[in-house]
Design a protein around this ligand. Structure first.
Ligand code: DAK
Length: 258
């Protein structure tokens, strides 16, 4: 039974809610262990189409737990960084689309967790940042690497060197967040987007994620070959036949994840 993360599913949409509101959902070892085992459960659940990840209270997550890290020696910090980065990579590679629903602070490890999701939707009061240098450390859950991939090298350097917090509008301008919504509409808009995705052919969505993730790691010619491989795989699915037949018959497609 998870203590620090709530999890529920509705109509093919899973929602994970980080739930340590008294410490702004600070990420400790126990929370990461829970996330790890929930991600295994989610990856094995064939009924799921999309995962939403959000926080309870006024934060998405205000970072890794500073009290826990304060007493670490270099070897313990290395283990901690590997543990967290490994779980965030698992999140990034989850077969279904993932959406970070950033309802408040997403700082340090919280921003790193959001960046491991496919999409980031923000409420108007959301604040993003990598404030670690002000604590005497570098980002340690792959933030130096994912931030530069989202906003470019020089902006990532500026944000990490200064540790400055940015609001949702600036996060949109920089390409860190994808959409901003009024705070009281954020969860509803996220669910609407999840349902829109869930209405498309599940394998096609999963294959598109694979094509983009794999292609992002390589040169354009290899990336185009990767796309071609995933495109061809779609034609081995019943849902491809159904999607195209439905178009030709001018009716709505009914996908069965086959
Ligand atoms: N850890 C632990 N507790 C935290 C926390 C955090 N990251 N953030 C907030 N809290 C706690 C506060 O201590 C406070 O607890 P009490 O005093 O009530 O017991 C409670 O949450 C409410 O916070 P505040 O009273 O401060 O709330 P405010 O609204 O006044 O301020 C704030 C909100 C988000 C501006 C402020 O709480 C804040 O600045 N928080 C810290 C943000 C931060 O610096 N985040 C980065 C954390 S470091 C690595 C691996 C991982 C990482 C790095 C390296 N390696 C292995 C190399 C990752 C590091 C981080 O994420």
């Amino acid at each position: 039974m998870a203590e620090y993360i709530l999890y529920h599913t509705t109509d093919g949409v899973g929602t994970l809610t980080l739930n340590r509101p008294k410490v702004l959902n600070a990420i400790n070892y126990d929370l990461l262990r829970e996330l790890d085992s929930l991600l295994d459960e989610i990856a094995a659940d064939d009924s799921l189409r999309v995962l939403l990840l959000t926080g309870s209270g006024k934060a998405f997550a205000a970072g890794a737990d500073i009290a826990q890290q304060a007493v670490m020696d270099p070897a313990e910090a290395e283990d901690w960084g590997k543990f967290g980065s490994g779980i965030f990579r698992k999140l990034e590679l989850l077969p279904i689309p993932t959406i970070a629903v950033v309802n408040g602070y997403a700082l340090g490890g919280g921003c790193e967790m959001a960046m491991a999701c496919d999409l980031i939707l923000a409420g108007e009061k959301a604040k993003f940042g990598q404030p670690e240098t002000g604590l005497g450390i570098t980002p340690g859950f792959s933030g130096t690497q994912r931030l530069l991939r989202r906003v470019g090298v020089s902006k990532a350097k500026e944000l990490i060197y200064t540790g400055r917090m940015i609001d949702a509008q600036e996060a949109i301008q920089l390409g860190l967040a994808d959409h901003v919504y009024p705070d009281d509409q954020l969860q509803e808009e996220a669910l609407a987007m999840a349902k829109k995705i869930a209405g498309n052919a599940p394998a096609a969505v999963r294959y598109a994620k694979c094509a983009i993730n794999e292609g992002a790691q390589t040169d354009i010619d290899a990336a185009i070959a990767i796309e071609n491989k995933w495109f061809a795989k779609c034609f081995a699915t019943e849902d491809q036949k159904e999607g195209m037949q439905a178009f030709l018959e001018k009716r709505k497609a009914e996908f069965h994840n086959r």
